[in-house]
Design a binder for this molecule. Structure first.
Ligand SMILES: NC(=O)c1ccc[n+]([C@@H]2O[C@H](COP(=O)([O-])OP(=O)(O)OC[C@H]3O[C@@H](n4cnc5c(N)ncnc54)[C@H](O)[C@@H]3O)[C@@H](O)[C@H]2O)c1
Length: 310
């Protein structure tokens, strides 16, 4: 029996709810949106999928109905207005969180909060501040999607299932993110050695262009279909599964640093162990110098943005 609530039932929230329904992980699902009719419509549509899917008590409602939630997934937010700066957008989403998060915690003090709203690292920091929760109970989806894109592209390049690729994108979910190539492996074998075994030279320029595809993916998808939502929805469902089933799964997630690579008091992503209590701890990747410097730089940029916007 698990109650999973979704706050913000736009493209990401609704896709997540639909995918979650198919898993049978939640016995109860609550959909909340400032646009109450939209949440209601999504709930009705999902209810009608039930004869084909798994049983689940699906409702729409308000903050008070969050009571009893094990997990609240937050994908509520506003989109950038034409001509609006990134900083102004961050401030608008921060204002929404300042109003929303205390109401969430009041109704569901036991819930683990999973954050998808962008910029996700700043919204994760905002949620920790405005909720008063122990930081590990706030799970920023961080670079989970960038890491998935990285693994997909490496899998295609080396012709292996992306699930057999262990590789991480760390730092900001955004332009300053870092690809930890030096620790990337397939079956524990470093990429340069895999290349050798496949009789082709390890190509730095191929790897650079692969990482560029990761960094540009959201822009390219938004250009074509207006938004990205299926892959992040799949990632959010895996996060929820790891929490509800206490799986100790490692995902690249955003949370407040506590001295990793000399970085503290700013939220960004590293591989993190996730279980029933939320984020248990980060793992320390043996990064090379350039990767570590990139991570520290990413942290600095995010710290500045948090100072300016929260
Ligand atoms: N973390 C990631 O990897 C990732 C990937 C894709 C999208 N996103 C982010 O997820 C967020 C949602 O994206 P989307 O495509 O679903 O957008 P969307 O515009 O389709 O949905 C946002 C929803 O939030 C609702 N909302 C706005 N203010 C609210 C409030 N105060 N309370 C409750 N609901 C409120 C809106 O009514 C809307 O239904 C965005 O910030 C987007 O950038 C993150």
């Amino acid at each position: 029996m698990a109650k999973v609530s979704v706050l913000g039932t736009g493209m990401v929230g609704a896709s997540f709810a639909y995918k979650l329904l198919g898993t049978g992980l939640a016995s109860d699902m609550l959909l909340v949106d400032v646009n109450a009719r939209r949440a209601e419509g999504e709930a009705m549509d999902l209810q009608h999928a039930m004869p084909f899917d798994k049983p689940c008590n699906i409702r729409s409602g308000g903050y008070a109905d969050l009571t009893g939630s094990d997990i609240v997934v937050i994908s509520a937010g506003v989109a950038q207005k034409p001509g609006e700066s990134r900083l102004d957008l961050v401030k608008r989403n921060a204002a929404i969180f300042r109003d929303m998060i205390p109401q969430v915690v009041q109704a569901a003090p036991e819930a683990i909060l999973v954050i998808a709203t962008n910029p996700v690292d700043i919204m994760t920091e905002a949620t920790i501040r405005y909720s008063g929760l122990q930081p590990g109970r706030v799970v920023g989806s961080g670079t989970i999607l960038d890491t998935a894109r990285f693994r997909y592209l490496l899998g295609s390049y080396y012709e292996v299932d992306p699930r057999s690729v262990h590789a991480y994108i760390i730092g900001e979910h955004g332009d300053s993110e870092v690809a930890a190539f030096s620790t990337a492996t397939i079956a524990g074998i470093p990429l340069a050695e895999i290349s050798r075994q496949q009789d082709r030279p390890y190509s730095q320029s191929d790897m650079d262009s692969l990482f560029e595809q990761v960094r540009q993916a959201a822009y390219h998808i938004i250009e074509r279909k207006g938004a990205t939502f299926y892959a992040i929805a799949s990632g959010l469902v895996r996060i929820v599964e790891a929490i509800l089933r206490g799986q100790n799964t490692v995902f690249s997630l955003s949370n407040r640093m506590t001295g990793q690579y000399g970085v503290s008091d700013v939220c960004l992503s590293l591989p993190a162990v996730l279980n029933r209590e939320g984020i248990s701890h980060f793992l320390k990747l043996p990064l090379n110098q350039a990767e570590e410097a990139g991570f520290v730089k990413s942290a600095g940029l995010l710290k500045k943005l948090a100072e300016e916007s929260l």
